[in-house]
Design a protein around this ligand. Structure first.
Ligand code: NDP
Length: 239
């Protein structure tokens, strides 16, 4: 049965692969994009592109109204949108810190809170948050990003407890290094250094993250909530 799925930051990278995976499975997929043009490939799959900056509460509300008009209340939410502003602590500005927290953690709070309204009414729902291996392991130069991604774990587990009795699950996927724009800014030397630490010896493909997200939203995963699923080639050894 086709479900109303929302993926934030679905215009590129991991979010694009997630939106494609749900659309390929026959779901009614909406995704947010913040800048640029929505990708043609998702339009061809019938996905609904909604412009939305998750740091703006009004844009989030507007996006949900548009999605609800077209697809009905969101039944599966994948909170994927995220940013980095890497810098050593000594040089990290207030703005570097707050921009990352405001997007990755507060922005996620905003979209989850709004989705929860319809899910409570329906007495069912699936929420998947995209965290990161560095939220659990830490990463020099990424104190802001790691804090935001670690925050998602406590957030998800609290929601899992609050909403479990309403048949709403909330889980976290913690990817390792994935080949997207976010990691393409790294130098070859940095990339090689990372790959050396990954037991599987390579970066992930965005589709490999999408597969675990789809699983968590599937009937087979009905009894999984509050979990953190590492998809990191063994980098965190299951944390
Ligand atoms: P990209 O940089 O390729 O894409 C980020 C996405 O988030 C874009 O769609 C971007 O929109 C969107 N976005 C950023 N800020 C906002 C905002 N304020 N409002 C709405 N949308 C926003 O990153 P990835 O695909 O690599 O990452 C996706 C998620 O996976 C992120 O949460 C990231 O932290 C996480 N992750 C990535 C890893 C990796 O190695 N790549 C590893 C672990 C986790 P726009 O195009 O407009 O900028």
């Amino acid at each position: 049965m086709s479900r109303s799925v929302l993926v934030t930051g679905g215009n590129r990278g991991i979010g694009l692969a997630i939106a494609r995976a749900f659309a390929d499975a026959g779901d009614s997929v909406a995704y947010t994009y913040r800048s640029g043009e929505p990708p043609a490939e998702l339009a061809e799959l019938g996905c609904l592109a909604v412009k939305c900056d998750i740091t703006d509460p009004e844009q989030v509300e507007q996006a949900y109204k548009e999605i609800e008009d077209r697809h009905g209340p969101v039944e599966v939410l994948v909170a994927n949108a995220g940013v980095t502003r890497d810098q050593l602590l000594m040089r990290m500005s207030e703005e570097d810190f707050s921009t990352v927290l405001e997007t990755n953690l507060t922005g996620t709070f905003r979209v989850v809170k709004r989705a929860n309204r319809g899910m409570l009414r329906a007495r069912k729902g699936r929420i998947v948050l995209i965290s990161s291996v560095v939220g659990l392991m830490g990463s020099a130069g990424q104190a802001n990003y790691a804090a935001s991604k670690a925050g998602l774990v406590g957030f998800a587990r609290s929601i899992a407890r609050e909403l479990g009795s309403r048949n709403i699950t909330c889980n976290v996927v913690a990817p390792g290094f994935v080949d997207t724009d976010m990691t393409r800014v790294l130098s070859d030397e940095q990339r090689q250094g990372i790959v050396k630490q990954v037991p599987l010896g390579r970066y992930a493909r965005p589709e490999e993250i999408a597969a675990s997200v789809r699983f968590l939203a599937s009937d087979e995963a009905a009894y999984i909530t509050g979990a953190v699923i590492p998809v990191d080639g063994g980098l965190g050894m299951g944390h």
